[in-house]
Design a protein around this ligand. Structure first.
Ligand SMILES: *[C@@H]1O[C@H](CO)[C@@H](O)[C@H](O)[C@H]1NC(C)=O
Ligand SMILES: *[C@@H]1O[C@H](CO)[C@@H](O)[C@H](O)[C@H]1NC(C)=O
Ligand SMILES: *[C@@H]1O[C@H](CO)[C@@H](O)[C@H](O)[C@H]1NC(C)=O
Length: 269
């Protein structure tokens, strides 16, 4: 009788002990998982998207758990004496985790693929901002891209190309364009760093007659470089001059829907 009492007593002491141990174990596991998640987010937060992945901080086995893999792949290469930055979905090169349709609908996917192309010297080439104030301010590349982003043509069928003739501005141009192309889910991006400054470097003199011939020649050469590097199977190219400050949001769709081989718009101002 006494012996049985002892057994019951020791059992009722053991039960809470194991419950506490199991709780403690859960707590330790949870803390460990939270710590790993926090470490992962610290690694990714604020990282320069253009920096090559750092092997010492990359933890690829955890990455898929935390956020979907980046569908975008970029490539920096030299074509002749031009440095070129390309950005497109990874599966175009057979890589990446997902092979999905670019367009949300079959209707969008059926539209012709278009490439919007621009050549510019630097951030000052994008004209003045449209505003009411007395002193007009420069618009900069982001103002120009904001205008392009208003087009009602499906982004998934629109690619962007920009040739920049000022090496110092090139990295900033890449950043701004990447932001737009990724943000809108556009088809592709090509940025070209190619310096032929003759004829377009001197903004003050650029409308003098004596400069026009040389300037036009240079611009034509730059356009040829831009289209030969950036065009990759698109059905149509829309040239937008960097100093165009406003355009109807139907420009691209109207030009494409015309079905004509070459179309030009009448520009004002
Ligand atoms: C480009 O110009 C705009 C407008 O003047 C300015 O806000 C922006 O900081 C400039 N960007 C660079 C990289 O100079
Ligand atoms: C296009 O611009 C017009 C006004 O010019 C506006 O009413 C319309 O909502 C815009 N469409 C899109 C898709 O942004
Ligand atoms: C851009 O081109 C210039 C020469 O044309 C070169 O010095 C510079 O390094 C290039 N920039 C990049 C980021 O490739």
């Amino acid at each position: 009788m006494g012996m049985r009492m002892t057994r019951v007593c020791s059992f009722s002491y053991l039960l809470p002990f194991w419950s506490v141990m199991s709780l403690l174990l859960h707590f330790i596991t949870l803390t460990l998982v939270l710590w790993l998640v926090t470490r992962m987010q610290e690694d990714d937060g604020g990282a320069d998207p253009f920096a090559p992945p750092d092997a010492s901080t990359a933890r690829p086995w955890l990455r898929p758990l935390l956020r979907p893999p980046d569908d975008w792949c970029f490539q920096d290469l030299m074509i002749g004496d031009a440095s070129v930055h390309r950005l497109e979905r990874c599966w175009h090169h057979g890589g990446g985790a997902r092979h999905g349709p670019l367009c949300p609908s079959a209707k969008d996917a059926a539209r012709p693929a278009a490439l919007i192309l621009t050549i510019a010297l630097n951030n000052d080439s994008f004209g003045l901002a449209q505003q009411q104030e007395e002193v007009p301010s420069l618009r900069g590349i982001d103002g120009f891209l904001e205008m392009l982003s208003q087009q009602d043509y499906p982004p998934c069928r629109t690619s962007l190309g920009l040739l920049v003739s000022d090496a110092e501005f090139y990295p900033e141009a890449v950043r701004s364009l990447e932001r737009l192309v990724r943000g809108r889910g556009m088809a592709r991006l090509v940025v070209i760093n190619k310096t032929i400054t003759t004829g377009i470097s001197d903004q003050a003199d650029r409308h003098d007659d004596s400069f026009q011939r040389q300037r036009r020649t240079t611009l034509a050469r730059l356009r040829n470089v831009a289209v030969s590097i950036a065009l990759d199977g698109e059905d149509a190219v829309l040239w937008v001059d960097s100093d165009i400050t406003s355009m109807p949001n139907t420009t691209l769709s109207t030009l494409i829907d015309s079905g004509k081989d070459v179309v030009t718009t009448i520009t004002k101002g």
